[in-house]
Design a protein around this ligand. Sequence first.
Ligand code: HEC
Length: 223
Amino acid sequence: MGINSKPVVFAVISAAVILVGTVVTVFIPLFMPSTQPVSPYVKPYTAIELEGRDLYMREGCNNCHTQTVRPLRTEVLRYGEYSKLEEFAYDRPFLWGSRRTGPDLARIGGKYPDSWHYSHMESPQRLFQQSNMPPYAWMSKNRLDTSNSFKKTSVLGYGYSETDVKNQIDGFRSTVTSESYASKESRDQVTPAGLRSELTEMDAIIAYLQKLGRDVKNMEAAK
Ligand code: HEC
């Protein structure tokens, strides 16, 4: 009598085989350092950039924008260096996306000045008449809520102290509200007078966009 006529034994043995296969191919690699590369260039998000990232998810930007450049010639020519594993070390959850109604944003950081983003976010159609990206003008009318910023960075294990987070927020506020801020004019245009000396959701999402791909661009420049 072969094993085929003993259903219980057959089930137990096949479960064991599948279990071993799963452990070897899934769980062991999960804890191998080579599957989790780290790069000294790729830095965690600041508290503000992380707030911007949360807003990006809240607004569903990832339904229209991907954040991964595939290693294909056409993509590299259009967007820049293809995406590397280590770039996503601090992304939880990752926002690769699967639909490109709008262009990929993995290399958007540094492509335009902040002023461009203030105008574009306020009204994409003002810059590109045909754009089907919705306007996000209200984001500059909403004060940025930073009451949970420290908690968020600590849950994600970024290693900032409460003072670090406070300094990041204060530092960023003084940059964007300063008289010498390069994009002051565009920021003032979209921000109501009462909020110009404070941080808005728009400031945070733009800080986040400017971070995307910046570490890799620095890494390429240093080569
Ligand atoms: C309905 C789809 C859609 C949604 C939702 C959407 N976008 Fe867009 N986005 C587009 C399209 C289409 C373009 C190209 C035309 C343009 O620049 O307006 C674009 C362009 C952009 C660009 C310029 C890219 C470049 O390389 O020139 C940025 C930055 C951007 N979007 C950010 C965002 C952010 C941030 C959000 C969420 C707050 C968002 N988008 C939501 C469709 C969308």
